[in-house]
Design a protein around this ligand. Structure first.
Ligand code: HEC
Length: 149
């Protein structure tokens, strides 16, 4: 009886640990998805002319993006050691082998966002700024993001 209880308890603990790890992976992915919403859902769509140019929306998206990006080093501190179930992208284990280098990819994004503030006045200037920021996002993605499907 005691043995069964112990085994069940151990199994439950195992399940709890797996779920906690999955939560970490989801939290990390959600941060990126939020950044994606400002970057591609707002700015990218305006660059492509899919939605009309809107100065207030541009300013809000940039402020939001700037805030989200600074959270990356902390949110990516724990290693979930697994991908989000059914996800398109995952995190490379290289992040946790070289966390200092991973973290060093964040300030260039913050700087790119700060540099374009006040310079965006229309769709054309937005495109230049969008490309400059995007290049810095890619600076991390090319090494640390894994395409799963
Ligand atoms: C310091 C590294 C780093 C920087 C900087 C970074 N990312 Fe990411 N990003 C990642 C990693 C790692 C993943 C994979 C994690 C995941 O999707 O679970 C990712 C995934 C993504 C995804 C895919 C999310 C999905 O649907 O799975 C989007 C969108 C994204 N990033 C947007 C951005 C944007 C926009 C920027 C720049 C403003 C940016 N990221 C900057 C590391 C970074």
């Amino acid at each position: 009886m005691m043995r069964t209880v112990l085994i069940v308890a151990t199994l439950l603990l195992g399940v709890g640990a797996v779920m906690a790890q999955q939560d970490v992976a989801v939290q990390q992915q959600n941060l990126m998805k939020t950044q994606g919403k400002s970057m591609y859902g707002v700015l990218g769509k305006m660059v492509k002319g899919e939605i009309p140019y809107d100065q207030a929306a541009v300013d809000t998206a940039l402020t939001d993006l700037g805030g989200e990006v600074t959270k990356i080093p902390t949110v990516f501190t724990p290693n979930p050691k697994q991908d989000v179930v059914n996800a398109n992208f995952g995190s490379s284990q290289k992040i946790w082998q070289n966390k200092a280098d991973f973290d060093s990819k964040v300030p260039p994004v913050t700087k790119a966002i700060a540099d374009v503030k006040g310079k965006i006045k229309d769709a054309a200037s937005l495109k230049v700024s969008f490309d400059a920021i995007q290049e810095k996002c890619t600076g991390c993605h090319e090494t640390y993001r894994v395409k799963l499907k």
